[in-house]
Design a protein around this ligand. Structure first.
Ligand code: ADP
Ligand code: MG
Length: 216
């Protein structure tokens, strides 16, 4: 059976956004542990990826030279992965009442490809309506830090991919783009100062999740 149990509420969907190294993965595992301690089923996932089909597409997106894909081709691959991720992972988990925590979601497309990138916001918004519709996150945690901090942490971790390779000016535009998205949708987005220690960031995230979703 795929539908929700009788009377079960659709599980909450929380996305984590921000540049590389701001602490998304760290904070997702902390919040997941906390919610599980409270008896909440949690599914942690990531984009691009999060389902077998989307992970196969991810391999095409993150490897190779930074000019491997045209802006439109890249966005279509991102949204193809997102469609599969929603169909196979996110929506089924929520239908059984699980909370879904995603490391990046559609705001990354709007920030990287739409606002900071060459595709433009209107094109990304059109793809968003088509693919995501009403199935987007209830709450989006935007982890914000000066790009040197994120790049320093990500560098220490050894991460390097096509997006990190686009340089600091682009990364700064991406940071501003996330802040702009948050300003446009304050009901969904919370900006958290991620230049602090992980415990302080976690405390703010827990407060936001409690206040906005009544969870944890
Ligand atoms: N608040 C923090 N202060 C210092 N280092 C951190 C903090 N949060 C995470 N880190 C470390 O920085 C690196 C990047 O964190 P990570 O959670 O992987 O970021 P992201 O998923 O956003 O790229 C990791 O090595 C992690 O242990
Ligand atoms: Mg990560």
């Amino acid at each position: 059976m795929n539908g929700p149990a009788a009377g079960a509420r659709r599980g909450p969907f929380i996305s984590f956004e921000g540049g590389d190294g701001v602490g998304k993965s760290t904070q997702i595992s902390r919040l997941a542990a906390r919610l599980r301690e409270n008896g909440q089923e949690v599914v942690t996932t990531r984009e691009p990826g999060g389902s077998p089909g989307a992970e196969a597409i991810r391999a095409l997106l993150v490897s190779g030279p930074s000019d491997r894909w045209s802006p439109m081709a890249e966005a279509l691959l991102m949204f193809a992965a997102r469609a599969d991720h929603l169909e196979k992972t996110v929506n089924p988990a929520r239908a059984r009442g699980a909370a879904v925590l995603s490391d990046r979601f559609a705001d990354s497309s709007m920030a990287y490809q739409g606002i900071a990138g060459a595709l433009g916001e209107d094109q990304v918004a059109a793809l968003h309506r088509l693919v995501v519709g009403e199935d987007g996150p209830d709450l989006t945690i935007i982890l914000d830090a000066p790009i040197e901090i994120g790049l320093g942490r990500a560098g220490a971790r050894g991460g390097n991919n096509r997006f990190e390779a686009k340089g600091p000016a682009y990364q700064e535009k991406v940071r501003q783009a996330f802040l702009e998205i948050a300003a446009r949708e304050p009901g969904r987005c919370v900006v958290i100062d991620a230049a602090r220690d992980a415990d302080a960031i976690e405390a703010d995230i827990v407060r936001a999740v409690q206040q906005r979703l009544g969870l944890g």
